[in-house]
Design a protein around this ligand. Sequence first.
Ligand SMILES: Cc1cc2nc3c(=O)[nH]c(=O)nc-3n(C[C@H](O)[C@H](O)[C@H](O)COP(=O)(O)O)c2cc1C
Length: 324
Amino acid sequence: MTPATLDAAVLEDLVSAAVAAPSMHNTQPWRFRLRPETHTVEIRAALDRELRAEDPDGRGLHLSVGAAVFNLRLAVAHHGWEPVLRLLPDRHEPQLLASVRLAGRRPSPAAAEPGLYEQIWRRHTSRSPFSPRPLPGPLWAELVDAARVEGALLHLPDLDETRRLLDLTYEAEARTITDEERRQESRRWIRSHGGTGLGIPPEALGPQDAAGRLPMRDFTALRPPTGQPARDFEQHPQLAVLATDHDHPADWLRAGLALQHVLLLATRDQVRASLLHQAVEWPDLRWMLRDPRSGPEHVQLLIRLGYGPEGAPTPRRTASSALG
Ligand SMILES: Cc1cc2nc3c(=O)[nH]c(=O)nc-3n(C[C@H](O)[C@H](O)[C@H](O)COP(=O)(O)O)c2cc1C
């Protein structure tokens, strides 16, 4: 494919793909800028959308931006350029989290992974109960490999380990809803469609688990959050643990790239996902999420995967408002 001309319409396409990424509480904490002289798109943190109580180090913000960078890289390749990605390209400007240069040559097969670009708009977080059907072994292997390619680790806990991770998530959830600052913060991000284009519409929250098997995040701290009756969730949730060897901002960005790579592959195969971040937000519980058998790693996120209904779409700010 010959690269397109980088005009305003193509730039808008690239940014629209990037902003379709998941972000913590749908804060969309990113800003994009084109440097025409170097054919480079820069991605900065939008610090006015930080979550000071729940994400004081900006770790979740980096994960969200990493997911957007994955989409941007995929869109650049889709439009016929080879994306050249740099994480934290300027140590004097810590808010500049990544840059993607659009190189003139044809994209390598690895950059333009077939069938993935289309999934960017099909992927939604699905907080509904999933069926008991297990994910096929080859897909798990592909997801693990995708995380590794991006510089992260994906582990598949067994039943006992899954129970332990969910118990820690319950503990985190119980702490969060009784912590006034965090409770208020997550409540502020429940919004209806329209308006600001930010936040989670109540219809995307899904039901609570009647059987208490899955600690879904109670964003409003009012049960049931959406007026939907509680439902029984799957008996054995299928979790994947996303981790990194180190715990620096570049590792958080890599975890975000890995997260989005995994989610788009899952979407391609009609597998839905929801994310469990609660326990990672409490340092002591985050420490306990580690499985000593996997070595000295840093857990970044728990991903629940399975077959079930598609999640409801969430709003986005327009590409033009994310530029600048
Ligand atoms: C770092 C990170 C943490 C998240 N944590 C949670 C969580 O704990 N619970 C949850 O239900 N969704 C969580 N989400 C999903 C976001 O709420 C979701 O991506 C956002 O509302 C946009 O919706 P979408 O994923 O359907 O596009 C998280 C997303 C990211 C990137």
